[in-house]
Design a binder for this molecule. Structure first.
Ligand code: SF4
Length: 193
């Protein structure tokens, strides 16, 4: 199943790069770092892929990342209910770079450029892209929307997740930040030694 996910991620990366190239947009780091955003991830598949990624790291690095994750997770829990807009760096980000770039979840791969998404019940949600993207477009004068539809990727992800859950019998609903995923890996005894 993880091979199928890898193939899907490859397709996503290619489609994203093709549109980003047309804009002349390249993400090379910015103050408005999207790794500061509190993204939630909902699939067992992405969780297992992250576990796979953690296995590729040297044990000292893994321990450091998991320690960071515990601290970030505690900080987020403490802020719950009083600061919804808390921005705190993802524990996988080290010196501006994702330690598990190849294994990062879908939302990290698709963030940045403008996109659209078809609602399951009808209608289309449109998003203008991240702030640095918009600033660069304003500077370059390239403001026309180039169509990037996330819907097929979301659908394929949902199908893979459905197949995985059928295979494994796993039924829990998931809503986890990266920090919570790393803590869950430790707590579940999946800690990788
Ligand atoms: S998983 Fe990687 S790309 Fe995604 S928020 Fe964390 S550091 Fe950034």
């Amino acid at each position: 199943m993880l091979k199928r996910l890898e193939t899907l991620f490859l397709e996503m990366d290619r489609a994203y790069a093709a549109v980003a190239d047309q804009y002349g947009f390249r993400c090379d780091g910015c103050a408005d770092n999207c790794c500061l955003t509190r993204f939630h991830h909902h699939t067992l598949l992405e969780y297992l892929y992250l576990v796979e990624g953690m296995r590729t790291l040297e044990s000292g690095v893994r321990r450091t990342l998991q320690k960071n994750a515990s601290a970030v997770s505690a900080c987020m829990s403490a802020a719950d209910g009083c600061d919804e807009t808390l921005r705190i760096m993802c524990p996988l980000n080290r010196d501006g770079w994702c330690s598990l770039y190849r294994y990062r979840p879908m939302i990290c791969r698709l963030h940045g450029i403008p996109h659209e998404l078809q609602r399951p019940g009808g209608g289309i949600i449109k998003n203008p892209g991240c702030n640095p993207f918009l600033e660069r477009c304003r500077e370059s004068g390239k403001t026309d929307y180039i169509r990037f539809d996330r819907t097929p990727f979301y659908r394929q992800m949902a199908m893979l997740e459905r197949d995985l859950r059928r295979e494994t019998g796993y039924t829990e609903k998931l809503r986890l930040t990266i920090a919570q995923m790393l803590v869950t890996i430790m707590d579940s005894g999946n800690e990788i030694n």
